[in-house]
Write a protein that binds this ligand. Structure first.
Ligand SMILES: Nc1nc2c(c(=O)[nH]1)N[C@H]1C(S)=C(S)[C@@H](COP(=O)(O)O)O[C@H]1N2
Ligand SMILES: [Mo]
Length: 420
């Protein structure tokens, strides 16, 4: 058979299959189907384009830090398609401080400490070095923290502290190769230009895949996300990804600075703390339909969501519509990239009965996303532990990556069902 004919056959077959699934979801067109008017012309002088004024997707204030302070802003992942988060919708965590107003012409990057040659770079000089572009997710260690999120209504509130961008910049290994690293060196400490935020990173990771990014999705890194230089530490918790980088000191151990010794460790119920949890676990979540959505009625719906793992590449996502009693494989949308959001899709025909939608991912290390009960077992806590708020920052349940269910009730409304 010619390839043309077999393509046509496949097209017909798929067409028939979808029509079957789509019963109830689509209306047949009649003569008055198109009511779009082309009379309302918009602005033409657009040096930096705006989106359609009909589109209102927005970041949401998840936590206030008070007047003049930068709130915590979460990404509307329920509204996104594909895997790239537009810069203006990237989540923002700034430990309260407003983004500094850094003049790129005055900005300098200093590399010193246990090096052979201390170096200082202007941004122009960094742009002359060999560059890479890589798509990676960023996720705050506090994302989907059940202690604060188990009553949240939407996936933006529960899982919106993650975003995924194409980052362009210079590999840390290139910079450290230029400065030379002395024998005793084992860590780097990276310092920002905003009220001094620092983070210690082991040298092995720094020279593996860490980059100093000046580009985000084809344009300069956004001010909220670290303009003009952001350290991207692929797969590691948000806190490791220092924004507004101005100094890299090569040292022989972690620095135990203000943030590393206060909000970053996770207190445990036994009074001890988990320290230096760097890698983000394998996690996935259904983003549509999800909490706050309203299904129009029985019929076809594509279930879609995102999966990612700090350890590597997503290999498999399964979807359950019965609260985890049974799972079926979802389709993974190309490209499937290491340490990046992966889009999954699953065809579903809602019969109008109560349903519980959830997803479970597996990464290339063989790690399967756990249930909440499995996390409780590993952490040696009761399920109730995940429901009880702590005082202050609620940092105790960081790095929670359990399966998250959404309940569809008979009226088509969708609800957070972590504790039902
Ligand atoms: N300079 C600086 N870098 C920082 C922070 C900060 O407050 N200041 N917050 C950290 C935390 S907690 C997170 S989750 C990520 C968030 O990065 P984003 O705001 O670009 O999403 O940045 C990290 N890097
Ligand atoms: Mo964070």
């Amino acid at each position: 058979m010619s390839s043309k004919r077999s393509d046509r056959r496949r097209f017909l077959k798929n067409g028939v299959a979808l029509a079957g699934l789509a019963a109830g979801a689509m209306r047949s067109a009649n003569g008055k189907a198109l009511e779009t008017s082309f009379d309302n012309y918009g602005k033409v002088d657009l040096p930096y384009g705006d989106r359609s004024h009909f589109d209102h997707t927005a970041r949401m204030v998840e936590k206030e830090y008070g007047a003049g302070m930068s709130p915590s802003l979460v990404t509307p992942i329920q509204d996104l398609v594909g895997i790239i988060t537009p810069g203006p919708l990237h989540y923002v965590q700034n430990h309260g401080y407003a983004p500094p107003d850094v003049d790129p012409d005055k900005h300098r990057l200093l590399i010193h400490g246990l090096v052979d040659r201390p170096l200082v770079f202007t941004l122009d000089e960094l742009h002359r070095l060999p560059s890479v572009s890589r798509i990676h997710f960023l996720e705050c260690g506090g994302n989907s923290n059940p202690k604060t999120k188990h009553t949240a209504k939407t996936v933006q509130e529960t899982h919106g502290r993650t975003s995924c961008s194409e980052w362009t910049g210079v590999l840390m290994s290139v910079l450290l190769g230029e400065s030379g690293v002395q024998k005793e060196a084992s860590w780097i400490v990276v310092e920002s230009a905003d009220r001094v935020y620092t983070k210690s990173i082991p040298l092995a990771k720094a020279t593996d895949d860490v980059l100093l990014a000046y580009g985000q999705n084809g344009e300069p890194v956004r001010p909220e996300n670290g303009y003009p230089l952001k350290m991207v530490v692929p797969g590691w918790e948000g806190m490791a990804n220092v924004k507004y980088v101005r100094r890299i000191k090569v040292v022989d151990g972690p620095y135990m600075d203000r943030w590393e010794t206060t909000v970053q460790p996770s207190p445990r119920p036994d009074g001890k703390s988990r320290w230096f949890q760097f890698e983000q676990g394998a996690i996935s979540v259904v983003t549509r339909p999800s909490g706050g959505h309203q299904l129009a009625g029985p019929g076809f719906y594509e279930i879609t969501g995102l999966a990612w793992s700090g350890a590597g590449t997503i290999r498999r996502v399964e979807v359950s519509t019965d609260g985890g009693q049974s799972y079926k494989d979802a389709q993974l949308q190309e490209p499937v990239l290491r340490k990046a959001h992966t889009r999954f899709r699953f065809n579903w025909k809602w019969d109008g009965e109560e349903a519980v939608l959830q997803s479970r991912c597996t990464d290339d290390q063989g790690t399967v996303q756990p249930t909440m009960a499995e996390v409780a077992k590993v952490w040696n806590v009761s399920l109730e532990y995940f429901r009880v708020k702590d005082k202050g920052e609620n940092m105790a349940a960081k790095h929670f990556n359990a399966i998250w269910p959404w309940k569809v009730t008979k009226d088509g409304s969708v609800h957070n069902a972590l504790f039902t």
